[in-house]
Design a protein around this ligand. Structure first.
Ligand SMILES: [Zn+2]
Length: 214
């Protein structure tokens, strides 16, 4: 089954994609990871991507499409994939239909309040990068990393104002893609407002939508 994963920052789609990938034994393809790998391996596409990134420009659709197309043609995707981070534009969605059939689009949705508390409560260790949450995964001593004793801080993109901006940008950019898949009858909204202890409640919604796919 060929599954596209959508969801706003803080909706937990990366986490759920990983769980689904383990459960169904088909790979999770993160487009962010593909970019990083292509740059690291210095492939032809990787060199182009690096140029755009270093100039601070958006990577053009045709390059993103080529990268994803190459990856989805590999052997490990023959039984399907969970694709995270693509398509982000209508042009990408239309291009994808030409090289892969999409069976379902899982759209992880959480309220602004939940996202604010999830992302806004995150603290990151300056030394080792470990991630905590003031309510859900607090360190033993406030402000101090359990693992290495480093100082915890709030990332600049996780302040309330930055989160609001990220949500606004996400909605502006992704709404057309969501509408596109909804019209095609492929979209399944997943209520991702549950706390992480109740991950099963989110997972069972996904299972319901995936059960009749081969
Ligand atoms: Zn640490």
């Amino acid at each position: 089954m060929n599954i596209v994963i959508l969801g706003s920052p803080g909706a937990g789609k990366g986490t759920y994609a990983k769980i689904l990938s383990d459960k169904y034994n088909i790979p999770r393809i993160s487009v962010g990871d593909l970019f990083r790998k292509a740059i690291r391996d210095e492939t032809e596409l990787g060199k182009k991507i690096k140029d755009y990134v270093s100039r601070g420009d958006l990577i053009p659709d045709e390059i993103v499409i080529e990268l994803v197309k190459e990856r989805l043609q590999k052997d490990d995707c023959k039984n399907g994939f969970f694709l995270d981070g693509f398509p982000r534009t209508i042009a990408q969605a239309e291009a994808m239909e030409k090289f892969k059939k999409i069976d379902k689009v899982l759209n992880f949705v959480a309220s602004d309040r939940v996202i604010m508390s999830r992302l806004g409560g995150r603290r990151t260790c300056r030394e080792c990068g470990a991630i905590y949450h003031v309510k859900e995964v607090p360190p033993k001593v406030e402000g101090v990393c359990d693992r290495c004793g480093g100082r915890l801080y709030q990332r600049s993109d996780e302040t309330p104002q930055a989160i609001k901006n990220r949500l606004r940008v996400y909605r502006e950019k992704t709404m057309p893609v969501i509408d596109y898949f909804r019209k095609k009858g492929l979209l399944a909204d997943i209520d991702a407002n549950y706390p992480f202890e109740e991950v099963d409640k989110v997972f069972s919604q996904c299972e319901k939508h995936l059960q009749n796919l081969s």
